[in-house]
Ligand binder design. Structure first.
Ligand code: GLU
Length: 496
């Protein structure tokens, strides 16, 4: 059997570092076994997917050198490789209908309102939230007649009601066990012919001849449905293997609040693809000779799927920087110069309008730009204490602003540009500078700290390490939210 593996990202937002991680593992597995590595775009959720995002995935994988043998922009004989194009060919409906014919799926006519009432009732009764299978017994001919007359419907899988699902994933000591009764009658297809992820993924893996589905463990919950669908559709199921999710330092699933997750960010920051891949490789798979620095091709030659670390590898940016340094310093002078030019070019259009006010010649750019590139800045403790404040005041305000920015970044798609940073800070200042009637002296003093004069100086110094900078909100926006949080923390340490 010749190995065929795929990654199947959904093109929502920026290309994700998790895609690179899973891509790397699949790529190495394919190379090790002389197989094929395939890219499929899963864009059945048309409310969230965009063509721009798909393009960014292709570009990022190319940048990383994770070249796929078959995929949307390179072709192949099992295409098309974008699910929305496959929907247009009506590839999925016949499989859903096959299941209906076999009595393994059924038409469900519940309206959104009905489902909503169902959900609320379950919530109120403390029951698990799932479809209550009310149309499970519907007569298939009658249902098809209703559908033919234009009544909206979905096709749902008729999941077993009893027994257990058991699967051995080669990376896990314990088998995956789930009671069927906890598993929903999953929607497989909607009346407009659009499949859901579950049906589309299983059908496509089959039609594309995928032999191993190597993906992140967040899909373990879907495994019973996928194995069942393979069985009922008469497919030979691929082997499913679930690797650990990349994690933040606190072990939560990697998120952009705590780590940069966009591959575009790494590219813009000047990380070398070789270093990023080397770093991701070490998270998942140690080198048999204990080497730390190695290339993807080197890894592919010794890659062993059974050695994959499933214990939630922690993504540590400091480690990545360390490794990046090793790769960078070994570049040829030519390549290094190119990298430097690229790093400058990547941000000059954004930064120059803001910096030019403080420049008299080209070289001044280099001194002005430092705080926007530096990993860390080193403010003097004295500069962090505005006139009339003491250490404790400055520390308390830094901590408060840090908390504020953190919780803002934790919101849904927070915008981080100069106007939004300004609104965020000014609102906080208005609120905190109010002196309540009958306030104590301490309260008065606390409120006085939230005036622009001292506060803006404090933030400027903490964020840039300097007493002079371009306008504050532009500066904070250009530094970036995550970096600002880090620097506000670092400034507090400087005050200790
Ligand atoms: N479309 C899924 C994702 O966005 C793919 C999951 C799978 O590999 O089956 O990650």
């Amino acid at each position: 059997m010749s190995v065929r593996v795929r990654i199947a990202p959904s093109p929502t937002g920026d290309p994700h570092v998790g895609t690179a991680y899973i891509g790397l593992i699949n790529y190495c597995f394919a190379k090790r076994h002389g197989g094929k590595f395939i890219l499929r775009v899963e864009d059945t959720d048309q409310t969230r997917c965009t063509p721009e995002s798909a393009q960014a995935i292709y570009a990022s994988l190319r940048w990383l050198g994770l070249n796929y043998d078959e995929g949307p922009d390179v072709g192949g004989d099992r295409g098309p490789y974008v699910q929305s194009e496959r929907v247009k060919l009506d590839l999925y409906r016949k499989f859903a209908e096959q299941l209906v014919d076999q009595g393994d799926a059924y038409y469900c006519f519940c309206s959104a309102r009905e489902l909503d009432v169902m959900r609320k009732r379950q919530q109120a009764n403390g029951e698990p939230i799932m479809y209550d299978r009310r149309h499970r017994g519907i007569d298939r001919n009658e249902a098809r007649e209703r559908a033919a007359k234009g009544e909206p419907y979905v096709v749902r899988m008729k999941a077993p009601l009893n027994g257990e699902f058991v699967y051995r994933d080669r990376l896990r000591k314990q088998p995956v066990v789930k009671g069927w009764k906890e598993i929903d009658d999953q929607v497989l297809l909607k009346s407009d012919g659009w499949p859901t992820y579950h049906l589309a993924a299983v059908v496509d893996d089959h039609l594309m001849g995928i032999t191993h589905v190597i993906r992140a463990e967040e899909w373990l919950n879907s495994l019973p449905k996928h194995i069942w669908l393979n069985e009922r559709l008469g497919f030979t199921a691929p082997e499913y293997v679930h690797v650990g999710l990349l994690r933040n330092a606190d072990k939560s699933k990697i998120s952009k609040r705590k780590n940069p997750t966009s591959l575009l960010w790494y590219r813009r920051q000047g990380f070398l693809p070789e270093a990023l891949l080397n770093f991701l490789a070490l998270l998942g798979h140690s080198h048999p000779e204990g080497k730390e620095k190695f290339s993807v091709e080197e890894l592919a030659a010794v890659f062993d799927l059974d050695r994959i670390n499933v214990a939630g590898p922690v993504f540590d940016l400091a480690k990545l920087r360390h490794l990046q340094g090793q790769w960078f310093r070994e570049l040829s002078a030519e390549r290094m110069k190119e990298e430097i030019h690229r790093a400058v070019d990547a941000r000059i259009d954004q930064l120059l309008p803001m910096l030019k006010e403080r420049m008299a010649c080209g070289g001044d750019y280099l001194t002005q730009v430092e705080p926007f590139y530096a990993d860390q800045v080193q403010p003097h403790a004295d500069d962090l204490i505005p006139k009339g404040w003491d250490k404790a005041d400055a520390t308390a305000v830094l901590a408060e602003v840090q908390k504020l920015v953190k919780s803002y970044l934790a919101g849904d798609n927070p915008v981080w540009d100069a106007p939004s940073v300004e609104t965020l800070l000014r609102e906080a200042m208005t609120e905190r500078s109010l002196v309540p009637e009958g306030a104590t002296d301490a309260q008065r003093k606390g409120a006085a700290l939230w005036q622009p004069k001292g506060l803006f100086m404090l933030l400027r110094v903490a964020a840039t390490g300097r007493k002079e900078s371009p306008p504050l909100f532009d500066t904070l926006a250009a530094i970036g939210g995550l970096k600002l949080v880090e620097r506000l923390g670092h400034a507090q340490l400087k005050l200790r």
